[in-house]
Design a protein. Structure first.
Ligand SMILES: Cc1ncc(COP(=O)(O)O)c(C=O)c1O
Lengths: 147, 416
């Protein structure tokens, strides 16, 4: 188990220079996420065109893992439709928790986060943004499949 | 200083020998020496406690206060012996004042639901401080909702000290209860108990003391304090989890209704009329944590065997060293700089979130708490989401501190 595996360069970079940081005003969807363990808070705002995410921003204070995860997530879901976002979310969930999971190529840059598997206490930091995204999409009335 | 301590030859505090009493301290974490710096969350247990519980489990267990057979009598004697040990530890006037609970949290809830709920109403106030653990906030919020009473909060200053003037200004004839912590778990601040209690008395309020963080570090004498309730947990005192104590002044406890019903807390039960048991059993419904109480008594024996004053002096020396060492680290801010502190240092490091710091320190074998320490209002006051907290106990040593400082340097490297 190596710290370098958790704090990979991609993660340190996205922590230092988070992408899509800020808030959209007005927004078609928004949600707040909260990790009570570390006090981290995250606000997501999105613009939607039908079922497609046309813009997304995140804002909040968080640890390097949660900040980098949110930053990477905004890049990964921008321009995607809700069904493929849902599929990606399921892949991420498994990639962050299952040791023997052979992640499909869709995981892309998000693979940088898989180091959290060795640090169970930190998995929630990485998944917070994805839960928040699901809540935002669900509340927007856009069609989120729960499968 | 008492006579015994004065006449005893001043022995060196042999921390290496004390460490040998705690089996977990010789284990490794991720291949590194364990530097356990989270004693304020829960202390480790010495062999004396582990073995006392083990002995009881092997040779003395039966239900208490029930059987006529010898084994049950043995268990009852051990359980009640533990109560007597607690009574002497706190200098309580009688064993009847010492109620076993699951811990500090349950003790405070007992007072809220029995004492406060049965006598408070609209117009009454409960006064707490900004430094309280959630366990000394939420039970009062709940009972305020139930009764219409109001919760007031005395502010703190940037050093993490209670603002006594503001505290006194909040006291009035409406104040029915003052509930405060002797030592802040998040900041380490030791509160000026004598002045708080004297002021509360003048206002005619009862006083509850949360002594969870105090009993491991200082002699706590309920009669000298002149409070009405005092709560602590065994697991912060080198004892087991799931057991703690509510001490209450007998005259106050006697007038309080039971809060949980069941076996042990009754004298007779019929469907028409149930009569409650006497103190302390009135507040101990159901089969208690017998082995826990025995472990607690062993923990008190252990700590008093070391000498609380000597443990305190050792911890304070470490605290001074740690404060100097951490202050010298660029970008590190100590949160909570009260004049009187227990062996707790809360801090933040610029550019590294406390949660990341916790993980990096863990990789170096250093166990610290990273989070809000169940004191979210304190975190909000200092405008931080979380801090890292290193806390010391009787077994902490300079090597633990050196390991912490080295690991902090490592965190700087990782985060550049
Ligand atoms: C000051 C203070 N009060 C209350 C508690 C709650 O103790 P327990 O969880 O053992 O009931 C703690 C424990 O963290 C504490 O530090």
């Amino acid at each position: 188990m190596d710290l370098k595996d958790l704090y990979r360069d991609v993660i340190l970079d996205h922590n230092k220079r988070p992408r899509n940081f800020g808030a959209l005003e007005p927004a078609d969807a928004r949600a707040e996420g909260h990790n009570p363990l570390c006090g981290d808070r995250l606000t997501l705002t999105l613009r939607l065109d039908g079922n497609r995410v046309t813009d997304i921003r995140f804002e909040g204070k968080g640890c390097a893992i949660s900040t980098a995860s949110a930053s990477l997530m905004t890049e990964a879901v921008l321009g995607k439709d809700i069904d493929s976002i849902d599929g990606l979310r399921a892949i991420v969930q498994r990639a962050l928790t299952e040791h023997d999971y052979a992640a499909p190529p869709e995981l892309g840059k998000l693979a940088a986060l898989t180091g959290v598997r060795e640090f169970p206490a930190r998995v929630k930091c990485a998944t917070l943004c994805w839960h928040t995204l699901a809540a935002a999409l669900e509340r927007s009335g856009a069609n989120v499949s729960t499968e | 200083m008492n006579a015994a301590a004065r006449s005893a030859p001043l022995q060196r505090y042999d921390v290496a020998r004390i460490r040998a009493d705690f089996p977990v301290l010789s284990t490794t974490v991720r291949g590194k020496r364990l530097a356990f710096l989270d004693t304020a969350a829960s202390a480790q247990r010495p062999l004396a406690v582990i073995e006392a519980v083990d002995r009881y489990e092997r040779s003395s267990h039966a239900n208490v206060h029930r059987g006529v057979y010898q084994l049950s009598q043995k268990a009852t004697d051990a359980f009640e012996g533990a109560r007597t040990r607690v009574q002497r530890f706190l200098n309580a006037a009688s064993e009847r004042e010492c109620i076993f609970t699951r811990g500090t949290t349950e003790a405070i809830n007992l007072v809220a639901q029995s004492w406060a709920r049965s006598r408070l109403g609209p117009g009454d106030e409960i006064l707490i401080t900004w430094m309280e653990h959630h366990a000394n906030i939420v039970p009062w919020q709940m009972v305020c909702q139930q009764t219409g009473a109001t919760l007031k909060v005395a502010p703190i200053d940037r050093n993490g000290e209670l603002r006594l003037d503001a505290f006194e200004a909040l006291l009035s004839p409406r104040t029915r209860l003052v509930a405060f912590t002797l030592v802040s778990n998040a900041l380490g601040t030791v509160l000026p108990a004598a002045r708080i209690i004297a002021a509360a008395r003048r206002a005619g309020a009862l006083v509850l003391v949360d002594a969870a963080q105090a009993v491991p570090h200082q002699k706590v004498d309920v009669q000298a304090l002149d409070c009405d309730f005092l709560a602590f947990s065994a697991h912060k005192l080198y004892g087991p989890t799931g057991i703690g104590v509510l001490w209450g002044r007998e005259a106050v406890l006697r007038d309080m209704p039971p809060w949980q019903g069941g076996g042990d807390m009754i004298l007779t039960v019929s469907f028409e009329c149930t009569t409650y048991n006497t103190l302390p059993y009135k507040f101990e419904a159901g089969t208690p944590n017998i082995s826990g109480a025995i472990g607690l008594a062993a923990a008190i024996d252990y700590l008093e065997g070391l000498g609380i004053e000597r443990v305190h002096a050792h911890e304070q020396a470490l605290l001074r060293q740690a404060t100097a060492a951490l202050t010298a680290i660029p970008g590190l801010t100590i949160v909570g700089q009260a004049a009187h502190k227990a062996a707790v240092i809360s801090f933040t490091l610029d550019g590294v979130h406390p949660h990341d710091l916790g993980t990096i320190l863990d990789a170096e074998g250093v166990a610290v708490r990273a989070g809000h320490h169940c004191a979210m209002p304190v975190m909000e006051f200092f405008d931080v989401a979380a801090t890292v907290r290193a806390s010391f106990g009787c077994y902490s040593d300079e090597a633990d501190l050196a390991q912490l400082v080295a690991a902090l340097g490592h965190a700087r490297e990782v985060f550049g």
